[in-house]
Design a protein around this ligand. Sequence first.
Ligand SMILES: *Cc1c(COP(=O)(O)O)cnc(C)c1O
Length: 404
Amino acid sequence: MTDAELRERALKVVPGGMYGHLNAAIFAPGYPQFFLRGEGCRQWDADGREYIDLMCSWGPVVLGHRHPKVEEAAARQLALGDCLNGPGPVMVELAELLVDTVPSADWAMFSKNGTDATTQALMVARAATGRAKVLMAHGAYHGADPWCTPSTAGTTPNERADLVEFTYNSLESLEAAAATAEGDVAAIIVTPFKHDSFEDQELVEPAFARGARALADRIGAALVIDDVRAGFRIDLRGSWEPYGVRPDLTAWSKAMANGYAIAAVTGVDALRGAAQSLYSTGSFWFSAVAMAAAKATIETLRDTDGIAAMERAGTQLREGLYAQAKAHGFTVNQTGPVTIPWLSFDGDADLSTALHWSDACLRHGVYLHPWHNWFLSAAHTEEDVARALEGTDRAFAETRAHLG
Ligand SMILES: *Cc1c(COP(=O)(O)O)cnc(C)c1O
C-alpha cells in the first residue's frame, strides 16, 4: 500500500485524512504521511524510502528507534502485564529516579501526553494559590487542550480568559503581565527556550530566567517550566539548571521514554499537598510498560552521556550546514540548542526557499522540517551526520539551481 493510496483511503474515514501537526493542509508538500519502520536514526516511509531522521518523531525518540535497552525493559514489563488494576512497582522506581535526577523535583506524577502534564501543572498551581491567572509567552506552544491549542476552533473565549500573555525574554513585559493580573497570578508557564514554529528559535536570556524566578517568588506564583520539548536534550537535571534557575513545577513528556507514551509533572515539596488535592487521572496513566521504558531511557541517557553524543552530532550538523550554505551562496540562520536545531534562510519570510530545500532534502534521504524545529538523538553517529550532510548539500545545489 503506497502513501498515496493510504491517504486516499484515510480521506474517507479520517477527517481531512489527518489532523494536528500532520494535517496535510499545513504540512510541507511532498512529505510522506505514513511510516513503516524505524531503526536507530533511520526511518522508512510507506513507499519504502529510507531517511536519516532529523525529526526523531517530533521529539520522543532520543536514543534512536528501537533502542535495545529500552525495548528490553519494555518487553520484560509487557510479559508481566501493562495495563493492570494499578501501576507496577516500576512507578515508584521511576518517581525515585526523577527525584534523584532533577534537583527541583521532590515528587512526580505521571500521565500520558505533554498536554496532560502542562494542564496538570497549572491545576497544581491553582490549587496551591487559590488564584486563576496564568502568564504565558505569546505564541508559545503548551499543548492541544482548549486552553492552549493554537487554533481557536472548537474552543470558547472563556477557556482562555485566565491567560495573560507576555513577550518571551522580555522581563518588562512579564512584569507588566503580572501587574495586569493584579494579585491573581497562580503561575508563570514558560518554555526553556523560545521554540515557536515558523520563526527562528531564541535561547533564554539568563537575566530573563532569573527575573521570572524572582517575580514568581515576589508575587507568590508558581514558576512552571514546560520542558516537554526540550527536556532530556539540554540537561537531564532540567533545562534551566545550567542557568541556576529552578522551577516549582516542571512538565515533561516527549523524550522521556524514547517513544513510549508517558508524561510527568515534577514539583517541589511546598506544592505536594496541592498536587495531592487534585482529581487528575486517566485510564492508561498507570500502564507499566511506558514507565519501564522511561526508566531505561533516563538511565541510559545518564550512563552513556547521551546529551553529549547529541551535542557532538548537532555541532557537526550545524557546522556542516553553515559551510554548505555559504558555498552555495545562501545566508542561513541556525538557531536553538544544537540538539534541537532549526535552519531558516535569510529573507525567506514566505518560507518558499525553505520549502524547496526541505523537499529536496527529503528526496535525498534526509527527513527534516521547513517550519518546525528538528531533533537530534544519541543514535546519530558522525557517519550518519556525514551521510545527512551529503543529502543537504545536494539539496542546497538544487535549490540554488531552482532560484537561478
Ligand atoms: C509537544 C509539546 C506539548 C504537548 O505535548 P503533547 O504530548 O503533544 O500533548 C506541550 N508543550 C511543549 C513545549 C511541546 O513541545
